[in-house]
Design a protein around this ligand. Structure first.
Ligand code: BES
Ligand code: MN
Ligand code: ZN
Length: 502
């Protein structure tokens, strides 16, 4: 929902109007295009660029009003540090910094020429553009009055100067698809629960059919018929009925088993009868961050026509306390046939995921399965907001996810699983209980999920409670919702399934 920003690429040419942004390094050297512009102005801005505090440090900027003789309004120097970056991640972050330098409205150009006169690769330029779009995102749908000038944004037409514009344009098409996925995910997480209930969420996903995804929605009746009683138990305290949605993208070879993504979609988590304290409860509108990531990555894969077979499934419910709500001590029979004693109705995410996992394994026979869930407060205690907790029964799957995390900056940190933890969720009255006591809460939650993995399917669980929402401002995001998981899983798919298939 960024105010409209159009990005086009051009070849090496001097910018004509509006804002012009040039790269410079710690030695404050200018590339040929900037240098010739400087000459045209009687070498007015080169001395200004030498101002010490700026120093050309990475992602720092120096802005000057365009001197007479130059048909521009503003000239901005964006520092790259010691030298121009090489990695995609650095270009992404540099793009994020550049986003802050754009005018409120109108024309802007960014010349990606370095002091040596060279330009980044098409992929790097596209990553730079993605960084700009990610940083420009904001959720202001409900702000009827914009306060300061910066908030009153109009359309911006941005031209990025590169060596081979057609190649950059093609690479940008791919990243623009990823950006669409991240925006969708952020919008869903930011949207309040009065607007986004299970039915509304499902309707939104139905709209993704436009992008080429196959969308199937299961309503309450269908869920009851299937026997998803663990999921239904969570939903039964809400006036709003649950939905389960599957999104399918078949871009790979016909016989190849799909990768499955499973998302927790609790549109609001009051805790149910085991109700949460009032303070901070508003954040529980984001308890569908896993489902939002699944929706976002599926959209990205479809929009960029990824060469992979993928299926996403999300469980959309609201966890509320009312006269019909599930009680502590209730025992439910999950779709798998396993029985669960619900000790704490606030440990609801795992109940939802259990039935989704059973269903998707049976219907899609996935090659591997990754679930994403804002599952435990304990993972925020352990890892804060900068790593998601990763649990896996398969080392290669875990390594692939960790690597994609490093490549995208959506990092994960592997956590342990083990028998000793698994024992903690044994129940006297049923096959298992839904909580494992005070310690290692993220691990016992993962152990619970692992009990629903069938015949050794490669499985990974990402606990995104700390990373999907309540995000600290970064080079690539200023919004409460981060869209965590979309770029991570898109990259995971590129490396694990698409490398060499092009
Ligand atoms: N949705 C919460 C976890 C959560 C907490 C997400 C904070 C984001 C921020 C989850 O359903 C929950 O309530 N978990 C409980 C589990 C406990 C009852 C075993 C928790 O973490 O306290
Ligand atoms: Mn809860
Ligand atoms: Zn929850």
């Amino acid at each position: 929902m960024a105010a409209s920003t159009s990005i086009t690429f051009t070849g090496a040419q001097a910018p004509q109007k509006g804002t012009a942004i040039f790269l410079t390094d710690k030695k404050l050297q200018l590339g040929p295009l900037a240098a010739s512009l400087d000459k045209a102005s009687g070498e007015r801005f080169a001395p200004a660029a030498r101002i010490k505090q700026f120093g050309g440090a990475a992602r720092k900027a120096l802005e000057i009003v365009a001197p007479a003789g130059v048909e521009l309004e503003r000239i901005v120097f964006l520092g790259v540090g010691d030298e121009v970056p090489t990695g995609r991640m650095d270009w992404l972050r540099l793009g994020g910094a550049a986003a802050k330098l754009l005018p409120r409205e109108g024309e802007a150009s960014i010349i990606l020429q370095d002091p040596a006169g060279d330009y980044p690769s098409a992929e790097a330029a596209a990553a730079f553009a993605l960084g700009i779009m990610l940083r420009r995102y904001r959720f202001d749908r409900y702000k009827s009055q914009k306060k300061d000038e910066e908030e009153k944004r109009g359309p911006v037409n941005l031209t990025i100067g590169v060596a081979h514009p057609e190649k950059a344009e093609a690479a940008w098409k791919v990243e623009a698809a990823v950006n669409e996925g991240v925006e969708l995910s952020r919008d869903l997480v930011n949207e309040p629960a009065n607007v986004l209930g299970p039915v509304e969420f499902a309707r939104k996903l139905e709209g993704l059919a436009q992008s080429g995804l196959k969308v199937e929605v299961l309503d309450e009746k269908a869920l009851a018929k299937l026997g998803m009683r663990a999921l239904l138990g969570v939903a039964q305290g809400s006036e709003r009925p649950p939905r389960v949605v599957t999104l399918t993208w078949n871009g790979g070879k016909a016989k190849e088993r799909p990768i499955a993504f499973v998302g927790k979609g609790v549109v609001f988590d009051t805790g149910g009868i085991s109700i949460k304290p009032a303070s901070g409860m508003e954040d529980m509108k984001g308890d569908m961050g896993g489902a939002a990531a699944v929706a976002g990555v599926m959209l990205a894969l479809a929009a960029r026509k990824a060469k992979v077979n993928a299926v996403g499934i999300v469980g959309l419910v609201e966890n509320m306390p009312d006269g019909k709500a599930q009680r502590p001590g209730d025992i439910v029979t999950s779709l798998s046939g396993k029985t669960i004693e619900v000790i704490n109705t606030d440990a609801e995410g795992r109940l939802v995921l259990a039935d989704l996992m059973t269903h998707i394994q049976k219907t899609a026979k996935p090659e591997a399965m990754i679930d994403l869930a804002t599952l435990t407060g304990a993972i925020i205690v352990a890892l804060g907001h900068h790593h998601a907790g990763l649990f896996a029964n398969d080392d290669r799957l875990a390594e692939d996810i960790l690597l994609a995390g490093k490549e995208t900056g959506e990092r994960a940190w592997r956590m342990p699983l083990g028998e000793e933890y698994d024992k903690l969720i044994d129940s006297k009255n049923a096959d298992m209980k839904n909580v494992g006591g005070r310690w290692g809460g993220s691990i016992t939650a993962a152990q619970f999920l692992q009990r629903f993995v069938e015949n050794g399917t490669a499985w990974a669980h990402l606990d995104v409670a700390g990373t999907a929402m309540g995000s600290p401002s970064s080079d690539t995001n200023e919004s409460w919702a981060s869209g965590y998981g979309v770029r991570l899983l898109d990259q995971f798919v590129r490396e694990r399934y698409e490398r060499g298939s092009h």
